[in-house]
Design a protein around this ligand. Structure first.
Ligand code: G3P
Ligand code: MG
Length: 237
């Protein structure tokens, strides 16, 4: 038997579904991610006109045939739009129902006032087939993230960071996070080691180039967000 420590498996998280293949943040994209072997799917969420909608930008032009700021629209208008290949902008509830046990779900809170409705919806899903372990809520908005923890301390949260903090993953530990999600731009061995020492998982975004996927595996990060799940699943087994 070899004395070599076992290499960590790389969790494959489909970014906005599998946005390298299908229109981002649509049910089609989520379906593609799962069919390519992603064990988790990441999507972005805003709270608009009393509904949790799955979309990345605060404006509509880039990903739909609509125009203007999301926050100024009615739910009815948002649902009338084409989000690519005839897909509708999904609601978060539709995403929960669609995945239905086939993958884990990472909900990234994009807009303000999302923590409460998201936590409420999670509670309802827990009465069905979802479990806390299959849901992860993340955000660049660390205050909103902290609100999730206040509404339900059992919901797992992940701190997204787009820079390299001087105290590495200390804030994620302090906020009671399950994981920390650094940008690939800044990730290094010291950060990964620090996060692991604090008992945090490290999920890196966005990792698409095979050379980078290999580098992430050798850095022993726990998972990566990718637009191309098929490139990462080789490292997941
Ligand atoms: O959650 C990881 C990643 O999705 C964060 O960046 O801009 O793609 O939502 P963005
Ligand atoms: Mg995102």
């Amino acid at each position: 038997m070899s004395d070599q420590p076992k290499r960590r498996k790389l969790l494959c998280i489909g970014h906005r579904g599998a946005m390298g293949h299908e229109p981002e943040n649509t049910l089609l994209s989520i379906e593609k991610a799962i069919s390519l072997g992603a064990s988790w799917v990441e999507i972005d969420v805003y709270f608009v006109d009393g509904h949790l909608v799955v979309i990345h930008d605060d404006r509509l032009e880039r990903t739909t045939n609509g125009t203007g700021y999301l926050s100024k629209k009615t739910f009815e208008y948002l649902r009338s739009l084409d989000a690519g290949k005839g897909q509708k902008i999904p609601t978060l509830k539709e995403v929960f129902d669609f995945i239905n046990g086939k993958a884990g779900l990472n909900i990234e809170l994009k807009g303000p006032q999302t923590a409460e409705p998201v936590t409420d919806l999670i509670k309802k899903q827990l009465d069905r087939r979802w479990r806390y372990e299959n849901i992860l809520v993340s955000s660049f908005n660390h205050r909103e993230l902290l609100n999730v923890k206040r509404f339900d301390p059992k919901v797992r949260i992940g701190l997204i960071i787009a820079e390299l903090p001087v105290d590495n993953a200390a804030l994620a530990e302090r906020l009671g996070c399950y994981s920390v999600h650094p940008s690939i731009e800044f990730i290094n061995e010291v950060f990964v080691h620090d996060a692991h020492k604090r008992g945090l998982k490290v999920f890196v975004f966005t990792v698409n180039i095979p050379e980078d996927i290999k580098r992430m595996a050798s850095l022993e990060v726990d998972g990566v967000f990718t637009d191309y799940p098929e490139r990462v699943v080789k490292f997941s087994g």
